[in-house]
Each structure stands twice: as structure tokens, then as C-alpha cells.
Design a protein around this ligand. Structure first.
Ligand code: A3P
Ligand code: MG
Ligand code: MG
Ligand code: MG
Length: 379
């Protein structure tokens, strides 16, 4: 497949992909936000790997894949979810909810930019059948690879955070010949302004809706990193990583889930770097977004246990480009660039380290030392 760039009226590379991705992620976020406020235990199932998936994850994947599929019909999509469990008899009520939620989100008369409107009528009718939506979910079954165009989609990243009432993100990226070219990430619970307090988990009860929450992050390779509210104003603001004179002033972000990133190793690395402020724990790729806009400086994701877990491309594609375009460097624990051309996982990499370009080497050195001390120097 060719690796062509589509441009539209702005003339910039990937302008159409950028607009379509913004439209898809925005519609998915309005859906997940609705589910977030009304979710009950029955709307969740446990996957074979014991991780949770909710009606929100499935519906958001159906919406994004429908939109991408109608604008770029030959582009493969590497999406996290599939419809296998949903097709079981006992999942009937989940399927019914997905049909309703996805059609509501697709049929919403919200404005699209003109270049996206051209094809919107294909999916904008709001009455796709159950089978059309399940097939849309399964459009995400691409095996990925190093050649041609493909989209990587995490319809809800941080599902555990979503269930706890914390941060989560809808993450979509375009990868061409193994390189991320476009990244769009919607963080419905992240304040527009980095200096506003982040909501506490569970703060979202009745009447607690804050209208300063919901931030969209947008990046195209070589064009910089931007943010804007998901809902309301479409004015984009350029973002960049914070300037600090030494790593001792830094603060770092890590997963809430200790099973996803080794908190103990992270703490030792912070100590080695002279970082004294407490780590900021946050679910999802909102961590990448936070450091990209200077609300933190270093993102550490150190492998747990024997390090056999392979990171998934949809957990990192949009966030990694956002940080790189905001002045950062993103690599694995050994300083190797993340290799998005290896299929559905980052099988050539272990863990993730993201920091400002000038300080990244120092962080990698401390990571090496901490792993050595733990007897995990072979990772
Ligand atoms: N053992 C493990 N190590 C690292 N990441 C893991 C993991 N098990 C699951 N994950 C991934 O961690 C993601 C969440 O990351 P975080 O902890 O930063 O919020 C999950 O995404 P989903 O929530 O989309 O399933 C899942 O893909
Ligand atoms: Mg998951
Ligand atoms: Mg994820
Ligand atoms: Mg997910």
C-alpha cells in the first residue's frame, strides 16, 4: 500500500486525517462521558486476560471505526477490542446498549469541519444495525506491521481508571510505515488548564459536573503539539514541555495500577535523580498529555516482574508523538525508540521512559542503575 499523505484546504500534510481523527475522537468522548456518569456493574465484562471492558469501550470503538472506515476505507485499524464476547447470548443487553449509544453518537448533529462533512452522511443517519456496529468493532482486527498506513485505536485507555472514577483517554493515531504521523487523544476528565486541580476520583457524583474538564490533544509529526477543549471552543493552543534547569526540580508521572508499572523501581529512579516531589499517579495516556503540557516532567513505565509483558501499540502511539512534538524524547527503558512497526505490540521494546530531550539520557542512566540494583539488569 502506498504511504501517501492526504492534504486538504490547509495544505499541510495529513490535514484530512487530522480533521477526521478529531471528529471521531470527539464523538467517542461524548459517548464515553455519558457512560462514565451512568455506568453500572452489569455494563462491564471481564476479558480472557482478566482485564475489564465496558459498554463504553465497545461503543467508542464502533463509533471511531465507523468514521475512519467511511473516510479511509482501505486503511487497516489496529483496535484493542473485538466483538467475540459481545456475540454471546448472555451479552444481549450489552449489545442493545451499544446500538443505542453508538447511533446516538454518530447521529449527533454536531458540526464537522467541511472536509469531514463530505462523507458524514454515510454514517450520520444514526440507524446502523447491530451487525453493522459489531462488524465496525471488528474492523479493528488488523495485525499491524511495518508497511503502509494503519490506525491504532484505544477506545478507552485506562479502563480501570474509568471504572474507579479517575482519568481515562480515547486515543487514536495514524501510523505510516511504522512511524506515528498523527495523534489525537481525548481526556474527558482532564482540566483544560494544567494549573486547575484535577478532579479527585469519585468527585463526579450528582451535580459535580465541572465545565472546565475535557481536553483534546492533537499532534501531527513535524507540526507541533496542541490542545483545546473537547466540547465547546475549537481554538487550539500550542503546548510544550516545561523548562527546568535540572532533574531535581522534576516531578514524574506513573500508572495508578502497580501491576502496569513498577512503583518501587520508579521510586528508586526518582531518588537517584534527586527528585523529591511525590510522583503523580494517573491512569491512561493522560500521563503523556500531562508532561507534554508541562504539568509534570517525566513519565516512567518500568516493567513489572520478569518483564515478559509486551506493551500494546494503541497504549502509546498518540501519546508518544504528542510528547515528541512538545520537545520530549520517548523511548523504552534502554533508550531504544518505540518501534510501532512490529505488529499489535511493541515487541522490540520494554517499558517506556519519556522526558525532555535534553534530560532523557540522564533518566535512562538512572533506569539502568535501578534495574541493575534489583538484579533485573538483563531486561
Ligand atoms: N502488565 C502490564 N504492564 C503494562 N501495561 C499493562 C499491563 N497489563 C495491562 N496493561 C495496559 O495498561 C493500560 C493502562 O495503562 P495505565 O496503567 O497507564 O492506565 C491498559 O490499557 P486499557 O485500560 O486500555 O486496557 C492495558 O493495555
Ligand atoms: Mg483494556
Ligand atoms: Mg489502553
Ligand atoms: Mg483500552
Amino acid at each position: 500500500m502506498s504511504s501517501t499523505t492526504t492534504s486538504s484546504s490547509s495544505g499541510l500534510p495529513y490535514a484530512l486525517e487530522r480533521s477526521v481523527a478529531i471528529s471521531a475522537v470527539t464523538r467517542a468522548c461524548s459517548l464515553t462521558d455519558k457512560v462514565f456518569r451512568n455506568l453500572v456493574a452489569a455494563d462491564t465484562i471481564t476479558k480472557k486476560d482478566k482485564s475489564p471492558v465496558t459498554v463504553g469501550d465497545y461503543s467508542a470503538q464502533a463509533v471511531v471505526n465507523t468514521i475512519i472506515g467511511s473516510h479511509f476505507p482501505t486503511d487497516p485499524i489496529v483496535g484493542e477490542e473485538d466483538s467475540k464476547d459481545l456475540r454471546k447470548e448472555e451479552a444481549k443487553s450489552l449489545r442493545d446498549q451499544i446500538v443505542q449509544l453508538a447511533n446516538e453518537a454518530l447521529g449527533d448533529p454536531a458540526k464537522e469541519c467541511p472536509s469531514v462533512q463530505v462523507l458524514a452522511e454515510k454514517w450520520n443517519s444514526g440507524d446502523l444495525s447491530e451487525e453493522q456496529l459489531l462488524s465496525a468493532i471488528d474492523r479493528g482486527n488488523s495485525e499491524g506491521g511495518s508497511k503502509g498506513r494503519m490506525w491504532a485505536l484505544d477506545p478507552i485507555d485506562g479502563t480501570k481508571g474509568f471504572l474507579r472514577g479517575g482519568q481515562y483517554a480515547v486515543c487514536l493515531a495514524l501510523i505510516v510505515d511504522g512511524e506515528v504521523q498523527v495523534g489525537v487523544m481525548g481526556c474527558p476528565n482532564l482540566p483544560h488548564d494544567a494549573s486547575s486541580p484535577k478532579p479527585k476520583e469519585g468527585e463526579f457524583g450528582a451535580g459535580a459536573k465541572r465545565d472546565d474538564l475535557g481536553t483534546l490533544f492533537i499532534t501531527v509529526k513535524g507540526q507541533g503539539a496542541f490542545s483545546r477543549p473537547i466540547f465547546g471552543s475549537e481554538v487550539e493552543t500550542r503546548i510544550s514541555m516545561r523548562s527546568i534547569s535540572n532533574l531535581g526540580e522534576a516531578s514524574f508521572c506513573e500508572s495508578v495500577e502497580a501491576g502496569h508499572s513498577s512503583h518501587g523501581t520508579n521510586a528508586r529512579i526518582a531518588e537517584l535523580l534527586g527528585i523529591t516531589s511525590a510522583s503523580v499517579r494517573m491512569d491512561s495516556q493522560a500521563k503523556y498529555a500531562s508532561i507534554a503540557r508541562g504539568d509534570g516532567d517525566v513519565y516512567l513505565r518500568l516493567p513489572v516482574g520478569d518483564g515478559s509483558y509486551q506493551e500494546k501499540i494503541w497504549d502509546h502511539a498518540s501519546g508518544a508523538l504528542l510528547v515528541a512534538e512538545a520537545g520530549g524524547q520517548v523511548s523504552d527503558i534502554r533508550g531504544r525508540p518505540l518501534d510501532f512497526g512490529q505488529g499489535r505490540t511493541l515487541r522490540n521494546n520494554k517499558g517506556v521512559v519519556a522526558a525532555k530531550k535534553e534530560m532523557h539520557g540522564q533518566v535512562i542512566k538512572a533506569v539502568g542503575q535501578a534495574l541493575e540494583e534489583e538484579g533485573r539488569g538483563h531486561l
